[in-house]
Design a protein around this ligand. Structure first.
Ligand code: DGL
Length: 260
């Protein structure tokens, strides 16, 4: 069984890492990072839809059995178009799993604790997370914070750099006067800097969409049925890598890929 994983860049690697950790070893993956067009976050909805459809076309041609849209920006602007293009192949997005993870985390906190979604400009503009959280009656106040500088900083490889920590401090500062709640990292690039968020938000529960989507997929009825039928010949997952601009893959991500 072959799973396609799509992101604008190297954010989806965090999803791939979680999938590999949780799903059986004999699965294969095709990873597509649209590094020629990253970041998607500052782009218009129409641009995000076009780029996402071009990208998933490549994965469709690879005959994947399922697609994980490992990019919140694409999932929040182009999910229905991607599903239509991939039909009948099942498509899993990151928004619903992220919402489920945030609601689970809220259950451990006092009633009416806040949720802050940190994401790209486009994801925040779509209100995908706040609408979904409101419709489930999350209870406490919901905020969405765009963090447009984070993806370029991560793609630059500055994942433990003073500039990164200072930038996160700026983005979280409006929420430090609230009682601690759930910080939902609604961008698959951010698990690379999960610990930096935890450091900047003492007492908060930080949840990320990479962990959330892997957990969601593992629990899904589709996956449970499929995996029991698939061949178990491989000892470790086979991964095919596709980057639309291979030269633009940051060094830290290259090193990570080499170890996979
Ligand atoms: N990793 C992506 C996300 O989850 C997109 C980042 C970007 O291209 O701006 O939103």
């Amino acid at each position: 069984m072959k799973i396609g994983v799509f992101d604008s860049g190297v954010g989806g690697l965090t999803v791939l890492a979680e999938l590999k950790k949780r799903l059986p070893l004999h699965l294969s993956y095709v990873y597509l990072g649209d590094t020629a067009h990253v970041p998607y976050g500052p782009k218009s909805s129409a641009q995000i839809q076009k780029l996402s459809l071009d990208a998933v076309e490549i994965l469709k041609a690879k005959k994947v059995d399922a697609l994980v849209v490992a990019c919140n920006t694409a999932a929040s602007h182009a999910m229905s178009q991607i599903e239509a293009r991939m039909n009948p192949i099942p498509v899993f997005g990151v928004v619903e799993p992220g919402v489920v993870a945030a609601l689970d985390a809220l259950r451990d906190l006092p009633k009416k604790s806040p949720v802050v979604v940190f994401a790209t400009k486009a994801t925040v503009r779509s209100r995908a997370y706040s609408l979904a959280l409101e419709s489930r009656d999350a209870g406490g106040p919901i905020y969405e914070q765009a963090c447009p500088l984070l993806v370029p900083i991560i793609e630059e490889g500055w994942i433990d750099h003073a500039v990164l920590h200072q930038t996160i401090r700026e983005y979280v500062s409006p929420y430090l006067t609230l009682k601690p709640g759930v910080a939902l990292l609604g961008c698959t690039h951010y698990p690379w800097i999960h610990q930096a968020f935890e450091k900047a938000l003492p007492g908060w529960r930080v949840v990320n969409s990479a962990w959330a989507v892997a957990h969601f997929l593992e629990q899904s009825g589709w996956f449970q049925a499929k995996v029991s039928q698939s061949k178990r010949s491989q000892k470790s997952p086979h991964i095919e890598w596709i980057f639309t601009d291979p030269d633009a893959v940051p060094e830290f991500a290259r090193k990570w890929i080499q170890n996979e």
